[in-house]
Design a protein around this ligand. Structure first.
Ligand SMILES: Nc1nc2c(ncn2[C@@H]2O[C@H](COP(=O)(O)OP(=O)(O)O)[C@@H](O)[C@H]2O)c(=O)[nH]1
Ligand SMILES: [Mg+2]
Length: 247
């Protein structure tokens, strides 16, 4: 069994992609299971085989410890570590080709506290691939795109797993916007040149240095997908297969 874990900022489309990509994979005769690790989600566009909400009740945590939603989510991440043996046991019983793992909406709570990478490393011994979602909205402006790439690099640095960077919601991009980004991906030199016409001197300098430092790592495995049109799912799956074969 191979694990595919979706990470990304709140609203980047993780849960929707988990649902749409699993449907697409099932249509291609793959056996797929789904895991929800978001204790705060009210509604999911799929029925999870394993659901962290069976162990952790965010409303109860808020009431018991008099916390707001963010404080309760942080507390729930620590509780998830306590329930890790049970969740690990549930995963070990699964026998799918791929298990798709959806993570909390607030990525900073999952990826940037020590619990997220700890949970990821200890939840299974199966092969794990991270899909790091970049909302297409953040790719329209050069400075936003550079920041999104930096965040994706940061995710890679945190989890240290094979990673595919996914520009989600590509149906929100016009053909010209998509072409512009594809050009940046294919020729990072163009990205480095374009960043030097940024109006802010500090951003110009920093942008150039950032792109130079991260381009080889982060722009190599990047794919556009849309959970609305299923665009890019074949390419995404080809990348997943390649990583599975390599590792
Ligand atoms: N147009 C479009 N909207 C999407 C796509 N994927 C997700 N969304 C919308 O983006 C919002 C956030 O999606 P969700 O999957 O809940 O994000 P999550 O917080 O990362 O799990 C929802 O309103 C989705 O309907 C997509 O591929 N295209
Ligand atoms: Mg979600």
């Amino acid at each position: 069994m191979n694990m595919i874990m979706l990470v990304g900022t709140a609203g980047s489309g993780k849960s929707t992609l988990a649902a749409a990509f699993s449907e697409w994979l099932k249509d291609h005769d793959k056996s797929i299971g789904l895991v929800n690790l978001d204790p705060g989600v009210r509604w999911l566009p799929y029925s999870p085989d394993i659901d962290v909400r069976d162990y952790i009740d965010l409303e109860k945590i808020m009431m018991k410890y008099e916390l707001g939603p963010n404080g309760a989510l942080i507390a729930s991440m620590d509780m998830m570590v306590e329930y890790l043996p049970q969740i690990r046991g549930e995963i070990a019983e699964m026998n799918y080709e791929y298990l798709i793992v959806d993570t909390p909406g607030q990525m900073e709570i999952f990826a940037f506290r020590s619990t997220g990478p700890y949970i990821t490393s200890n939840i299974t011994e199966e092969k794990m691939i991270i899909l790091c979602l970049i909302d297409a909205i953040f790719t329209k402006q050069l400075s936003n795109f550079v920041s999104a790439l930096l965040l994706a690099t940061s995710v890679q640095y945190r989890f240290l797993k094979p990673q595919i960077n996914v520009i989600s919601k590509s149906d929100m991009l016009s053909l010209n916007e998509k072409r512009r980004i594809e050009k940046w991906i294919e020729n990072p030199e163009i990205l480095e040149i374009e960043v030097t016409v940024e109006p802010y001197v500090m951003r110009r300098e920093l942008g150039r240095k950032i792109i130079h430092a991260i381009k080889d790592e982060i722009l190599s495995d990047i794919v556009f997908t849309s959970s609305t049109t299923y665009e890019g799912f074949d390419e995404l799956y080809a990348l997943v297969e390649r990583i599975v074969a390599e590792t």
